[in-house]
Structure formats: C-alpha cells, structure tokens
Design a protein around this ligand. Structure first.
Ligand code: SAM
Ligand code: SF4
Length: 501
C-alpha cells in the first residue's frame, strides 16, 4: 500500500500522509489529490471520436477484415473502419468474417458459468443500477456463511462448476471479506458437486486488495469501465461517490496486473453512450494492457443496459438488436484471442444468434436476486426490488445446455487452464498450435460427460451422448483418441471426476 501511495501521490502529500485504515483504502474523491492521480489516462475522447467521423471505404473494410482473419488484433483506427461501415453488404461481410474467426479460433465450445450475488449494499449512486445508494426501494442484504453454503449447494446440484461472485461497492465488502467468501465457496462440496473456479465482479481494489483476493485463488477479476466517454462517465456517476473517479476505475486492472492478478476481464455497459465509441474504448483498454503487461484481458463483457428498480433509462443511446450484432461481430474481429462473455441480460433468441459471432462464454440458469437459487426455486417470476436489473434469459441450466447441443455447440464446464497455471502470459490457449484440439476439446467433452451423467435430464443426456459420439468420430484415430475414450467411459462407470488435461 505504501509503495503504491508513494508512486501515485504528489510529493507534497507524501510527508503528510497518515497510514490509512482498511476502510479508507479507496477514499472518496475530494478537492485534494486522489489515489488515481498519476494513473495513465489512455482514453483520448477527441481522437477516438475523430476516427468515427471518417466515411467507410469498402476496400479498407476488406483489408481490415483480412488482417483480422489472419488472427491479428486490430488497432483503434482499423476497428473504426469496421464501425463506420454501414452498407448492408459490408455489414454482412463483417458478420461472415466474425463467424469464421470464431470457428477458427474457438471451435464450437461454449463455456458455462453462473453469477452468485453476495451482497447489494452500495455507496455509489450509478444512475443506471438498481443497487444505487439512493434507491430506497432496493432490499439490501449480504448473504451470511450458511446462506452462501445453501446457494452454492443449489448451484452444484444443477451441475455448475464455475461461478462469478458479484458485490456492491461497500466497506462491508473488503478484500478480506471477498477472500473469505471465495474460500467459503470452494469449501462447499455436494456429492459429485464442487465449484472449481471462482471469478469476481467487484469494486476496483488497491494493490494490497488485489493481492489479497488473488491469494484466495480467484480466477478472473472483472471490472467494467461502464463508459469510456469521460463526460458521460461523470454524468452517470455523481460526484462525491467512489465510483465518480474515472481514472481510479480505468487504472484498476493495471493495479491488478501489478499485484499478480494476471487474469482480468474488462467491459462496457452498452446504452450509456455511443456504442461505437465504447467499442473503441474496449479496444484501447485491451491494447493498453497488452502493451504494458504483454498480456491482454482474458475476457471482454458487453452488457446492454436493462430496466432496473428505481432507474429511469435515458433511451438516447440504447443499443438496438441490429447494432448489438454489429458490435459483437466487430469486437470479435478486433480482439481475436480474447474470450467474449454474453450474459443472461439478453433474451434466448439474441443469445442463440450471437453465439455464432464469437461469444465464448455464457451464464445459464442465472438468478440475480440475493438468495435466488434457493428462495425463488425455478420460478420464472422476478422480484424487481431484489435485483440489480431484469434478466432477459431465465431458462434453466439444463434447458440452455439442451439448446446448445441442439445447435451443435459443446457446452463446456472446463476449468483446467486456470488450475494448471495456464493464465496470463502463459495463457497460450489460442497461440499454441493444436492447443484447442489437444486440450480444450477433450476437456470440454469430459466435463460435458460429467454433466450428462450427474445432472442432465434424460432428453438432454441423449442429445449430449450423440454429440460426444459425433465428436469422437471426427477425431483422427490414435493414442489421444483412445485416451479420451477411456476417460469418457471412466466417468460413466465410476465415480471418478475432474479428469482434466
Ligand atoms: N459494484 C461493482 C461495480 O460496479 O463494478 C460490481 C458489481 S455491479 C453489480 C456489475 C455490473 O453490472 C456493473 O459493472 C454494470 O456494468 C452492470 N449493471 C449495472 N446496472 C445495470 C443495468 N441496469 N443493466 C445491465 N447491467 C447493469
Ligand atoms: Fe453499486 Fe456497482 Fe450498482 Fe454502481 S453498478 S450502484 S457500484 S452495484
């Protein structure tokens, strides 16, 4: 912490600075120096805006598509060329390229996870969020340890192996509290059920805070910038709240890397400002991390604004389905090696269509009200005051798995890379030739087999068994295939699980 303060604060404040208490590690912005002072602001609004004002040129669009299909990340200027393309013909070419790149880089696996909301106390007043401090209607709650155990058990009984824990921003949710919660989640075992990877979506931490949560064994730490546009950021995050400090948030994942968290997720909340600008912001963020740490973000999220309790949505910048498709396809082309997460904010129909454009992870069977995995059962009804926003897809995990299988995707519960230390710079999943065939596809098939045997409905199991047989038939004969067949059979005939490569 002291090292960090020394780096960030101007000299004049160093001699006066008292050692802050834990709760003060993210102070409210005041007229004086802020912790974010000295952080690098790599978002140049005017420069990004200028890129969006250039007319599209068909030849340039095709050149950029060709570069992307060669699996090279795009610059902001190149991404803008795609964003400026508005003719139906060019947009179709962008869609086709995104589909091809998705197939080439990711194959047909879709990784599944579930969100677990731990607490919705929040000191911030983000104008778009149902948890905002001024929303008197919100029912505030933090799950205690027995409630966490009950939620995780319910998730394990559905077949989940990977969770993302979600927290409001509040002194209650200190890094120590987050770390304890992570330990508590990993400790819950229910028969064959276990959570093998815990990701986090919580407020930005300081260096010490990131170190503490990293040591607890987290997978990805997600922080969304919400909007990269400075003026809009100031408008939707009222002054006097912690979140109003744009740079503290923009610099969060730099601090994460500097603290040893080399698996991070970035995101923008689409609907606050021009979606094309936000795409450029995400590309800039990704390139900044890559340039500074030799490793881009592990995932990009692109949530669309949803109705929420106590929130009046300004519809000026809301993103329609057609533009949403474009932004997902263009992001896929701009950051070929970054995982893309599409959440249950979207309807089943939108999710089904967008999977083909480059999405690699989705949540399923999600409940976002506190305690929702046990207290609401499978009821489709949502209680607005208990939630951060309304969900668009409330299907069960089994229904989502069945749909994926019917559409020819391999639902994957794989968590192998992170557990074998294949993260950060070493996360060579896509760069190492043959990585997907040797490791990802077999891991997807064995974790799918576990799901089919332990949790699936009979109809889903039949679909899954057929897909596994088809997958095996498509593999060249040899030792690798024999070994995979042995493992798949072992899962059927024994209690052995977690047979990852
Ligand atoms: N409190 C932490 C923060 O703000 O980073 C983390 C949790 S917050 C519950 C997770 C994300 O939900 C936010 O980063 C924001 O992008 C998204 N969100 C907030 N309100 C939303 C809404 N009305 N519709 C869709 N997503 C929303
Ligand atoms: Fe709090 Fe996060 Fe909601 Fe903002 S988005 S009000 S910080 S929970």
């Amino acid at each position: 912490m002291l090292v960090y303060l020394a780096r960030r604060l101007p000299t004049s404040t160093k001699t006066n600075s008292k050692k802050p208490s834990k709760i003060m590690t993210i102070p409210l912005p005041t007229a004086g120096p802020r912790l974010s002072d000295g952080a690098c602001d790599f978002i140049n609004d005017c420069a990004l805006q200028d890129l969006l004002d250039c007319p599209a040129d068909a030849a340039a669009v095709r050149d950029v598509i060709a570069k992307s299909l060669a699996k090279q990340p795009l610059t902001e200027a190149e991404t803008a060329v795609l964003l400026n393309a508005t003719s139906p013909e060019l947009i179709e070419e962008i869609f086709a390229a995104a589909r091809q790149l998705k197939r080439d880089v990711y194959g047909n696996r879709i990784v599944l996870f579930a969100p677990l909301y731990i607490g919705n106390y929040c000191v911030n007043d983000c104008t778009y969020c149902g948890f905002r401090s001024r929303n008197q209607a919100a029912i505030r709650r933090t799950l205690d340890s027995s409630e966490i155990q009950a939620q995780v058990t319910a998730l394990e009984r559905k077949g989940h192996k990977r969770l993302i824990l979600v927290f409001g921003e509040h002194a209650r949710y200190s890094p120590e509290f987050i770390a304890d919660t992570v330990h508590a989640v990993y400790a819950v075992k229910d028969g064959q059920g276990e959570i093998r990877r815990v990701n986090i979506n919580a407020a930005p931490q300081d260096h010490d805070g990131f170190r503490i949560v990293k040591e607890a064994g987290i997978g990805t730490y997600q922080v969304f910038q919400e909007t990269y546009h400075h003026a809009t950021y100031a408008k939707v995050h009222p002054m006097g709240t912690r979140k109003s400090d744009y740079l503290w948030r923009l610099d969060a994942l730099d601090r994460a890397y500097e603290s040893g968290c080399d698996d991070v997720g970035i995101g923008a909340l689409f609907g606050l400002y021009d979606w094309r600008f936000e795409v450029l912001g995400l590309v800039s963020h990704s390139r900044h991390l890559m340039a500074k740490f030799d490793c881009g973000p592990h995932t990009i999220s692109f949530p669309r604004l949803r109705p929420a309790s106590g929130v009046h949505l300004d519809d000026r910048w809301l993103v329609g389905d057609d533009d949403f498709k474009r932004l997902v396809a263009i992001l896929r082309l701009s950051v070929p090696y970054t995982g893309m997460i599409l959440t249950a904010r979207e309807s089943p129909e939108v999710r089904q269509e967008l999977l083909g454009f480059g999405v690699s992870q989705i949540d399923a069977g999600s409940r976002i009200e506190l305690g929702g995995y046990t207290e609401a059962g499978d009821a489709q009804q949502q209680v607005c005051e208990r939630e951060q926003f309304e969900l668009g897809d409330v299907r069960t995990l089994d229904q989502v798995v069945a749909q994926l299988l019917a559409d020819g995707y391999i639902p994957s519960f794989c968590t192998a890379c992170y557990r074998l230390g294949r993260t950060g710079e070493q996360f060579m999943e896509f760069a190492v030739p043959g990585f997907i065939e040797r490791l990802c596809t077999p891991n997807a098939l064995t974790t799918l087999q576990e799901y089919l045997i332990d949790y699936a409905s009979p109809a889903t199991r039949r679909l899954g068994e057929r897909l596994i047989q088809d997958g095996l038939a498509a593999m060249p004969d040899g030792q690798r295939k024999q070994e995979l067949e042995r493992r798949l059979q072992r899962i059927v005939t024994t209690q052995d699980r977690d047979l990852f490569y």
